[in-house]
Design a protein around this ligand. Structure first.
Ligand code: SAH
Length: 267
């Protein structure tokens, strides 16, 4: 009898052991599956980020690429962390949406590197009540960032398919204080001028005079200037109308084109 009880106890322990090992290995399998799911998700067109995935990536982007390079404005960092950048990038590049580089958005244009977006936004020193003009809507990402930091955003794009795409995404995401116009940024947007701040996200060879005119006294313009080599500049118009400028860093942007040049290119 005693012998049988021992045998049963031994058999039970043996079975519990097997069960334990099975649970462990099945756990490992499901981790593996999760990893595979993620890898598959990252490999294709139509990549969908889950809520937690993109938030984690956006936080890492802000910590490692932006805060670490001394952009410190808390509101700018918060908005960069909370804006789903992958929504502004073509499907085939979505997996790189939070990496430290500019990305193609079609029509030979690019969405700027996250650090540059953050730096230019910080340099505008927005308080929250400004009317801002952006030249070069592109994907709409910079406009989306600005829209969360100020009262009104006006943005001009010269390439029609980009204008259409960015208008749709900004509307879909509910950034309704942003107005997009198809046109030539060199002309500014006279109906809504003057602007408290102007940001140009394509590089003109020199500061466009009409944009200087449309900048309010006391206002700020942030832009890359140059052709082969470019510099990121902060231009201020003093209250008595004087123009002051300083250079921040060397940069590389797509050129700001004139309508006749863009027509030639499309032919
Ligand atoms: N701010 C954009 C990046 C834009 S790339 C973003 O967040 O994605 C520069 C953009 O400027 C391109 O889309 C280009 O078509 C546009 N552009 C170039 N010359 C222009 C001009 N004269 N007027 C308006 N947009 C212009």
């Amino acid at each position: 009898m005693k012998f049988n009880q021992n045998k049963i106890r031994f058999a039970l322990r043996f079975l519990t052991g097997i069960l334990f090992v099975m649970i462990l290995t099945s756990g490992r399998c499901s981790n593996q599956n999760n990893k595979e799911e993620k890898e598959n998700a990252n490999s294709g067109i139509e990549v969908k980020f889950s809520q937690t995935d993109w938030r984690k990536e956006a936080k890492e982007m802000v910590d490692h690429q932006i805060r670490s390079r001394n952009v410190s404005n808390k509101s700018v960092l918060k908005v960069m962390e909370e804006t789903p950048r992958h929504n502004f990038v073509p499907d085939s590049y979505r997996r790189y949406a939070y990496t430290d580089q500019p990305l193609p958005i079609g029509e030979g244009q690019t969405i700027s590197q996250p650090y540059i977006v953050a730096l230019m936004t910080e340099l505008l020193e927005l308080q929250g009540d400004e009317k801002v003009l952006e030249i070069g809507t592109g994907s709409g990402y910079q406009a989306a960032i600005l829209s969360q930091l100020t009262r009104e955003v006006y943005t001009i794009e010269i390439v029609e398919p980009l204008y259409e795409l960015s208008t749709a995404i900004l509307e879909q995401m509910g950034f309704d204080n942003v107005k997009v116009k198809l046109g030539d940024g060199y002309q500014g947007w006279i109906e809504h001028a003057p602007f408290d701040a102007i940001i140009i996200t394509a590089a003109p060879p020199e500061i466009p005079p009409k944009l200087i005119e449309q900048l309010k006294p006391g206002g700020k313009m942030v832009l890359p200037v140059g052709t082969v080599t470019q510099e990121l500049k902060v231009v201020t118009k003093t209250l008595d109308g004087k123009i002051m400028e300083r250079t921040e860093i060397g940069v590389r942007f797509v050129p700001m084109v004139h309508p006749k040049d863009s027509l030639k290119k499309n032919r």
